[in-house]
Design a protein. Structure first.
Length: 587
């Protein structure tokens, strides 16, 4: 076969081998083979299938797997190394894994080429239970995989004509649950969460694997959030099959919040329940159930993960804010100041915005390189600029905002919320449309389940991209968290889209929903005023204008125009024309 007809492409390759296989076979061949077979059936094969891998071949105690996505490949390797099979008296199977991304030749069901050769040479360099990857793999997963790979320098591999820079992931050292920090000792730390194994209430062992898969997916997705820490699977899964008190679990693992749940099957129907519990009190903060079919089990698994993950982060945020106000109002720690800032963050009035800026600047003074605090200041400054509120005591608010943006991006690489806020501010406040839009795209890639980021993507598309994409993001936010913090943002965004499209009645529907979520959000008033004016309902339009002026007495059409993105003028002009019709001062 000529090379013209050979399938060659870039692919990720995973090479795995069992540690100490020859010694195990010499000690007890029958038990070793049984353990290897059990590991492949219960751990290896499900992990490969669950991460879209293709098992190319088994080689005694080794395996070669190909992936189209390098992120899937690394997540599969992490899932394999974090899995534990506790079926004593079978010997424990421990793997070494090597990974590379490179040119691969596909022929007669096998794979060849540089991508394969390097992966095979990296595998022996991994620690038992560890992973060794090439630098091209490391560069491809930055901000996309939640795992720490340590720089291990360059190595010269056998039969490879160039040095390879390698990175290693080492397995966490096992620690007994009783040695974890007690809950009271972590109160000054960032919030932390444990996701317990979901209880299988159907008695069907197949649903056991499904439930574990759901939990593993949730842990992986929740680990993308930088606002709280998630306990690793190998720590939380020690409670599998045990009747436990959530408060005791929280104390033993040293976490403030616990996510637990169950799975039940009836014929072809599946029901998953999930509850978020406060560790100190055992109080339920949120609970929901999800129904699906065994016929679409993988789609159902993805939907459950998306829905639960998207709601857990704002629920923890709300609980932390309430905890700070209830328990430690006098604290001067930077994190507590940040939480007190968040009390003002979602209100969107000039006074509360100013109060938030005063607080967050105190936190920045204590921790000047904290990307979260810097980004919080950015969005508060952006609110003032886009809503036309003057900032007293600051000569150049835009220069200050730019300074905070660059510092936040420098110290918060890979943080979806930080990246999304900075991108949004560049679009709306500093008019750097292309850079801002690209940053928001990156934020979605970093964490597609972050509700704030979903809203940022909607706003970015509203001002710089596709209206259809804006609607998709805003509706996704509304579906995932219809009554959550910041719901008025996506609802007003939907009203804005309908104003641009000339659908004024539809715009009013969304604007009224936004008003119910936050009765003091100025852009929502813009939609109510402009839509009613466009429909000839001048009395109603003027009533809303009077309410807006009571909140923001200095607002004018000119100040709104100056504060809004203008890459596509047709996106804001229909609203401004409606405001003029209703009698808002032009300047």
């Amino acid at each position: 076969m000529s090379d013209d007809h050979v399938d060659r492409r870039l692919a990720a390759v995973l090479a795995a081998d069992v540690v100490g296989y020859s010694r195990m076979m010499a000690t007890d061949e029958t038990a070793t083979l049984a353990a290897l077979k059990h590991h492949r059936q219960s751990v290896f094969n499900p992990a490969v299938a669950g991460h879209n891998g293709r098992l190319v071949k088994l080689m005694g105690d080794g395996a070669l797997v190909q992936f189209d996505s390098v992120v899937d490949a690394v997540n599969c390797a992490l899932a394999l190394q974090n899995a534990r099979v506790s079926d004593a008296p079978l010997p424990e199977i421990v793997l070494r894994i090597g990974m590379n991304l490179g040119d691969v030749r596909f022929e007669d069901g096998d794979i060849y080429g540089d991508g394969v050769n390097v992966a095979a040479r990296l595998e022996p360099l991994a620690e038992p239970g560890g992973i060794c990857i090439s630098s091209i793999v490391k560069e491809s997963i930055v901000g996309r995989v939640n795992a720490l790979f340590e720089d291990s320098g360059e190595v010269q591999l056998k039969n490879i004509d160039r040095p390879i820079h390698i990175w290693k992931w080492r397995p966490p050292r096992p620690t007994a649950a009783k040695s974890a920090l007690p809950l009271e000792k972590v109160d000054s730390m960032r919030p932390s969460l444990a996701v317990l194994p979901f209880e299988n209430m159907s008695g069907d062992v197949e649903q056991e694997y499904f439930a574990d898969g759901v939990v593993e997916d949730m842990i992986t997705a929740l680990s993308r959030f930088r606002s709280f820490a998630v306990i690793a699977r190998n720590s939380s899964f020690v409670y599998k099959g045990r009747a436990t008190d959530v408060r005791q679990v929280a104390r033993e693992l040293g976490v403030r919040y616990v996510l637990e749940g169950s799975i039940r099957r009836a014929a072809t129907r599946l029901r998953i329940t999930a509850q978020l519990v406060e560790g100190a009190t055992g109080a339920h903060l949120w609970a929901e159930h999800y129904d699906g079919s065994t016929e679409d089990i993988f789609d159902f698994q993805d939907r459950i993960t998306e829905s639960v993950v998207a709601i857990v982060e704002p629920q923890i945020k709300s609980a932390e804010i309430a905890r700070s106000r209830r328990e430690r109002p006098e604290s001067i720690e930077a994190y507590d100041i940040y939480l007190q800032t968040m009390v003002n963050f979602y209100v969107d009035t000039p006074e509360r915005n100013q109060a938030g800026l005063t607080l967050i600047n105190q936190a920045i003074a204590l921790e000047p390189n904290n990307a979260t605090y810097l980004a919080t200041a950015v969005i508060l400054l952006m609110q003032r600029g886009t809503l036309g509120w003057k900032l007293s005591g600051v000569e150049d608010p835009q220069a200050l905002c730019r300074n905070y943006i660059e510092r936040a991006l420098s110290h918060g690489h890979g943080d979806a919320t930080v990246t999304g806020i900075c991108g949004n501010a560049l679009i709306q406040h500093l008019k750097e449309y292309d850079r801002g839009f690209e940053l928001v795209r990156n934020a979605v890639a970093f964490n597609p389940n972050n509700l704030d980021v979903v809203n940022f993507a909607g706003v970015a598309n509203l001002h710089c991209g596709s209206l259809d994409d804006a609607v998709t993001y805003f509706l996704r936010a509304e579906r995932l968290s219809p009554n959550g913090l910041g719901a008025h943002w996506n609802l007003t965004g939907l009203a804005h889209v309908e104003m641009v499209r000339g659908n004024y009645e539809e715009a009013l529907v969304w604007a009224r929903k936004s008003m119910a979520a936050n009765a003091e959000y100025a852009p929502c008033f813009w939609m109510l005023i402009a839509a009613n004016a466009r429909l000839g309902r001048m009395e109603e339009a003027r009533r809303h204008l009077a309410n807006l002026l009571a909140i923001s007495p200095e607002v004018t059409v000119a100040s709104i125009r100056a504060g809004q993105a203008a890459k596509i003028p047709g996106r804001i002009e229909p609203i401004l024309e409606g405001l003029l019709l209703a009698g808002m001062p032009d300047a």
